[in-house]
Design a binder for this molecule. Structure first.
Ligand code: SF4
Length: 226
């Protein structure tokens, strides 16, 4: 029996898609298991809604919402995800996708067919630590997604969650050099790990050092989000 893809829907948000009123569709399951993941119940949980439930929800909100944020979990791993995005676009909504970048083919196809308006790409860490932090070996897939975004005209951002025990200044240095070498020129967003929330692994408190906070790139701006 097919497993339902959608864990839940946040009906209204002004924060997750800048300048647009949107809802957030949370997809169950993920192809990573990041140690600091805030959503273990989504990553390990079961979806309860089918695509049609979300499409019916959106049909009733035409003219009330500008956009739809597809988040999770990892939305791109689900069967028929492309068709689902096509159906959302046909209703006139803007689409933002939050992704860890492990499905470059899907992202490329959506961009090529003008089905996505904005992408937030999570840059978890540099290649050497990628498996330890995410449980995934395939850094190259993330790298390919970044290249696709850079080669396209799509609006996008790269962002990283920083836990001080998982990304130290020397790691962050490698990440900055990687982005520079790839030709990234846009704002790089950082979000400090929020202590005291449930995560995939038990972690010590995160304390971001001044050294890390002050690190810069000559090629792009770095902004910390709280
Ligand atoms: S933080 Fe990692 S494990 Fe959690 S949803 Fe995002 S990519 Fe998946």
């Amino acid at each position: 029996m097919a497993v339902s893809p959608i864990y839940g829907i946040t009906p209204f948000s002004l924060l997750d898609y800048k300048d647009y009123t949107s809802c957030i569709i949370w997809f169950a399951r993920c192809n990573m298991k990041c140690l600091y993941c805030y959503n273990p119940e989504i990553v390990f949980g079961k979806g309860v809604y089918e695509y049609q439930y979300a499409l019916d929800f959106l049909e009733k909100r035409k003219g009330l919402l500008d956009g739809v944020v597809l988040s999770g979990g990892e939305c791109t791993v689900h069967t028929n995800f492309y068709q689902f995005v096509e159906d959302i676009k046909s209703k006139g909504f803007k689409v933002k996708i939050d992704t860890n970048g492990l499905r470059p083919f899907t992202i490329d196809r959506l961009i090529t067919n003008d089905l996505v308006d904005f992408i937030s790409l999570d840059f978890k860490t540099h290649k050497d630590d990628f498996y330890d932090l995410t449980g995934s070996q395939i850094f190259e897939q993330f790298e390919r997604t970044l290249e696709i975004l850079l080669e396209s005209q799509i609006l996008f951002e790269v962002r990283t969650t920083i836990h001080s025990e998982l990304i130290r200044p020397r790691d962050f240095e490698k990440m900055l050099r990687f982005l520079e070498q790839k030709g990234y020129k846009q704002t790089y967003y950082l979000q400090p790990f929020r202590n005291g929330v449930g995560t995939v692994a038990e972690l010590p408190p995160s304390v971001i050092s001044d050294e890390l906070k002050q690190m810069k790139s000559d090629d792009f701006e770095i902004i910390w989000r709280n």
